[in-house]
Design a protein around this ligand. Structure first.
Ligand SMILES: C[S@@+](CC[C@H](N)C(=O)[O-])C[C@H]1O[C@@H](n2cnc3c(N)ncnc32)[C@H](O)[C@@H]1O
Ligand code: SF4
Length: 459
């Protein structure tokens, strides 16, 4: 097979796929900023803005060593039911605050993420859905998607009862089927457990998404291909596949990257991604965003629809729970972590930690990252497009010249080569302030993006 990599001579040493670039200490949610955020959300709710409601359950049974999600393991000495009941009571207080403020628009999707939402018992899930219905207006047939984890999904009675709730789609992390990598990463379920989980969810008619990772310790091209073959064999409705985000200070980086050099070999990861696109598209999956492959007509996923497409300004996202984001056209906010979260909601305040007003430049960055690099398209009829084109003309011209983006009368599209290079394009679209914000947020360090030295081999 001829590989399309390298397109450039120098791959970057470190890339970051986390794009939460806007949070810095200066954006602390002071009372006036919190009030401004609330009144903006009220104004939008009155205009019936389409809204994705993201609900966060920040607990897991165990710690997968690569994980960068906002989560914590269940505290010892207490039952899961007790811990989750306590958390849900706080979450309900938060929901009541949003409802009293009249700040939630027209809910189009609900995504329950984590952490591990499938830790919730059937009664707890049922209670959560009832609470939502009692406070907010739900359209008929509202789609609720949840994230799960295999150890908490391998229970026939529980899944049968889940299937009686209005849950349409369950996603869960396989990460890799390769047993040695699974053991290193503290992924406890076996291959047999994964197969059982897929069978059980399918039996109860859930749409299934699995998450895979590439760049884990112990993985190489062969094991990644074996993971893809197994995924296709299982005919999951969609696949979310992530390149492992690594950064100094992270446990798995410090402990394994030195003895597993492929974890830091960016060129190998480009080659893996290239192979992933070929494999999944040849198997009939559509490549919907940088990380998502879906069978035609399959579920795109509420969260991705809301977040990725909100790059095209289609939907507001309201995050409820500890440590989550709310994003609309004009502002974004992040809620506090558990301890402060509890204090704030108990005293009747929205649990805001950080609040930020988008500038026009941020809009353009968001368009570039969410629209072009992740969702593959920027629409020229977007009201921010003229400014976007003007701001990035030099960059866009260079990307066109290198065959990374193509153009039609009404849109800019990321090409096949652009898809491979999109992580580096993302870095190019971030300004100093965004990079500063990312360092604050995730302690991510960057190598500067390389200069293209020769044109892309194939578009
Ligand atoms: C928000 S997590 C929660 C999902 C759920 N608890 C589970 O394990 O399936 C969703 C996915 O993020 C991905 N992820 C976690 N840590 C990552 C990292 N360091 N780099 C890239 N992706 C990561 C994993 O594939 C994980 O399944
Ligand atoms: S179960 Fe999911 S959220 Fe929890 S640590 Fe593992 S990957 Fe992260």
């Amino acid at each position: 097979m001829t590989t399309r990599v390298p397109m450039f001579e120098t791959p970057v040493k470190t890339t970051a796929t986390h794009i939460y670039p806007f949070f810095m200490p200066s954006h602390v949610a002071t009372p006036d900023k919190a009030a401004r955020f609330t009144s903006e959300m009220q104004r939008r709710a009155k205009r019936d803005r389409e809204t994705l409601l993201y609900i966060h359950i920040p607990y897991c049974l165990s710690h997968c060593l690569f994980c960068h999600c906002g989560r914590t393991t269940l505290p010892g000495g207490r039952s899961a039911t007790e811990v989750l009941d306590e958390y849900l009571a706080l979450l309900y207080k938060e929901m009541e605050i949003w409802a009293r403020a009249g700040a939630v628009g027209n809910i189009r999707y609900v995504h329950v993420g984590g952490g591990t939402p499938s830790l919730l018992s059937v009664e707890q899930f049922d209670g959560l859905i009832r609470k939502l219905k009692s406070l907010f207006s739900f359209p008929q047939g509202l789609e609720i998607n949840i994230e799960g984890e295999i150890q908490t999904l391998n229970d026939e009675a529980k899944i049968a009862a889940y299937s009686q709730l209005p849950i349409s789609r369950i996603s869960f992390g396989v990460q890799t089927f390769h047993e040695p990598s699974r053991r290193i990463c503290n992924l406890r379920p076996t291959h047999a457990d994964i197969l059982e989980c897929v069978d059980r969810l399918r039996k109860h008619r859930f749409a299934i998404t699995i998450d895979l990772l590439y760049g884990l310790p112990g993985q190489d091209m062969e094991t990644v291909e074996a993971d893809l073959r197994e995924t296709v064999r299982l005919k999951v409705d969609s696949l979310d596949i992530y390149r492992v985000n690594l950064y100094p200070g992270q446990f798995i980086y410090e402990k394994y990257a030195k003895s597993h050099p492929q974890m830091l070999d960016e060129r190998l990861k480009y080659e893996m991604y290239d192979r992933i696109i070929d494999h999944m598209t040849a198997a009939g999956y559509e490549h919907l965003t940088d990380e998502i492959f879906s069978l035609p007509g399959g579920p795109y996923g509420a969260l991705k629809e809301g977040v990725v497409r909100s790059g095209e300004r289609r939907m507001d996202m309201i995050g409820m729970g500890a440590g989550v984001f709310s994003i609309c056209e004009t502002m974004c906010a992040k809620s506090s972590y558990l301890e402060d979260y509890a204090k704030q909601v108990t005293s009747g305040q929205l649990p805001l930690q950080l609040v930020y007003d988008w500038t026009e430049e941020d809009e353009h960055t968001f368009m570039a990252i969410r629209g072009l690099c992740r969702g593959f398209t920027v629409h020229k009829n977007d009201r921010f497009y003229p400014g976007f084109e003007a701001r990035y003309r030099e960059k866009l011209d260079r990307f066109r010249q290198h065959g990374l983006i193509a153009e039609t009368a009404d849109k800019l599209i990321l090409t096949r080569s652009g898809k491979l290079w999109h992580q580096n394009m993302i870095l190019e679209f971030l300004n100093a302030k965004h990079l500063e914000g990312m360092r604050f947020y995730e302690n991510v360090r960057f190598a500067p993006p390389p200069t293209p030295t020769r044109p892309a081999a194939q578009v």
